[in-house]
Write a protein that binds this ligand. Structure first.
Ligand SMILES: C[S@@+](CC[C@H](N)C(=O)[O-])C[C@H]1O[C@@H](n2cnc3c(N)ncnc32)[C@H](O)[C@@H]1O
Length: 211
């Protein structure tokens, strides 16, 4: 996963240029701006920072974190709101997280890449970094027949895999899950309250507060 996204960094945002996804993207960008207004936000696996200019526009502080320097470099080259900072952080450990009073968390297109057998531990790590009252949004791809890259196999844990090709012709098998609303909500655990599911066409989002 790490190497694939490092190699894909320069071409990653082509996925956000698909014409038929533009209306949904504009709606999501505007929604994220509102959700995170006045919040101090931890963004996990922020990648090339597609959501950052929009979601951080009215935030109090925004820490965009990712494991790959290659993707962080693409994001850092953008014109971004003054509240945005970057850190190289592993989503699974959150070690090296900056000292900040986070009261919100965002992860875009990351949940789907977390192996099912690691999801509970990953969510517990994220929640442990956030105080009660924090707002959390997980946004990800929905599977759309005829549009999404097909899932070619499943492993013994039930994880799906896609075969993907980069511009240099290299082929990669990438773990990608498409959970249902019920599966996502069931994973959130006892601290999640005020849970709202958003069906956003080519995307889904779950929005909740931590007690
Ligand atoms: C599908 S991209 C999502 C990027 C961005 N959030 C978005 O929605 O466009 C997944 C990102 O996860 C990053 N990544 C891979 N393994 C990671 C890890 N263990 N911890 C943090 N980020 C990781 C990759 O570098 C990549 O930027």
């Amino acid at each position: 996963m790490r190497d694939y996204y490092a190699q894909r960094a320069q071409e990653y945002e082509l996925v956000y240029h698909k014409p038929h996804r533009q209306p949904a993207l504009r709606r999501i960008e505007a929604w994220l701006r509102e959700v995170f207004a006045d919040r101090c936000v931890l963004e996990i696996a922020s990648g090339t920072g597609w959501w950052v200019p929009h979601a951080a526009a009215q935030a109090r502080a925004w820490w965009a974190t990712d494991l790959n320097p290659e993707t962080l470099a693409v994001a850092q080259a953008k014109a971004l709101p003054a509240c945005v900072r970057f850190a190289q952080v592993d989503a699974y450990t959150l070690q090296g997280l900056p000292q900040a009073r986070f009261d919100a968390c965002f992860a875009g297109c990351w949940w789907s890449h977390v192996p099912l057998q690691r999801l509970d531990a990953w969510l517990a790590t994220v929640h442990a970094a956030l105080p009660a009252g924090s707002r959390v949004v997980m946004l990800d791809n929905a599977y759309v027949e005829g549009d999404s890259t097909p899932v070619t196999r499943h492993d013994d844990h039930g994880n799906g895999y896609q075969r993907r090709q980069l511009r240099d012709g290299s082929e990669h098998e990438v773990l990608k899950n498409f959970p249902s609303q019920a599966e996502v909500i069931a994973r959130l655990g006892p601290r999640a309250e005020a849970v709202v599911w958003h069906d956003l066409g080519h995307y889904w989002a779950v929005d909740y507060r931590l007690r």
